[in-house]
Design a protein around this ligand. Structure first.
Ligand code: ADP
Length: 160
């Protein structure tokens, strides 16, 4: 059984992320979408909220499971009986960061393979931070995030 882990902050999940999960789910037997607890970032949504939105948004893909973790990614991946990390790539700016990250993981744990999937062109400009900024200034985020996420962002910004 080929299990792959898609790690990320997913603050919040976008249609760009979903596109990667759906395509990866065709290549592997099981996909574990893992929300990473990063103490250096101040997220808009709590870990529980991000997991909840991901579960709702991926409910239609049978071989996707949503989980969360903190600590070293390679150790988490091994605990899932996997050695595969899937990351999405958008622009050149992603490459620099992802390249360093993949090599670092390879250095500390050579059995782990990082696999990159190219964004679909219709989502190449979609990022969680861009979505939050757009919504904050009153722009429409329809079609860029799942509907459950759209509602939650608007509610959260309204609260603030
Ligand atoms: P992180 O904080 O770990 O970078 P993100 O939640 O921002 O996590 O993204 C998780 C993964 O999804 C990363 O590999 C990122 O490059 C990828 N990704 C984000 N947006 C898109 C998109 N629109 N198309 C393809 N991949 C994407």
């Amino acid at each position: 059984m080929r299990i792959a882990v898609c790690p990320g902050s997913f603050d919040p999940v976008t249609n760009g992320h979903l596109d990667i999960f759906a395509r990866a789910s065709q290549l592997f037997d099981q996909i574990i979408v893992a929300v990473f607890h990063n103490p250096n970032k101040k997220p808009l949504f709590t870990m529980e909220e991000r997991v909840e939105m991901l579960r709702e948004a991926t409910g239609h893909i049978p071989n996707v499971r949503v989980d969360c973790f903190s600590g070293l990614l390679n150790e988490y991946v091994r605990r899932q009986n996997s050695n595969i990390i899937v990351r999405g790539l958008r622009a050149l700016s992603d490459f620099e960061y992802e390249f360093q990250r993949a090599l670092l993981i390879k250095k500390i744990d050579p059995v782990i393979e990082t696999v990159f999937m190219m964004t679909s062109s219709e989502y190449s400009f979609v990022s969680s931070s861009g979505i939050k900024e757009l919504a904050k200034f009153g722009g429409s985020i329809r079609g860029l995030v799942p509907q459950c996420v759209e509602e939650r962002i608007l509610r959260r910004l309204h609260e603030a």
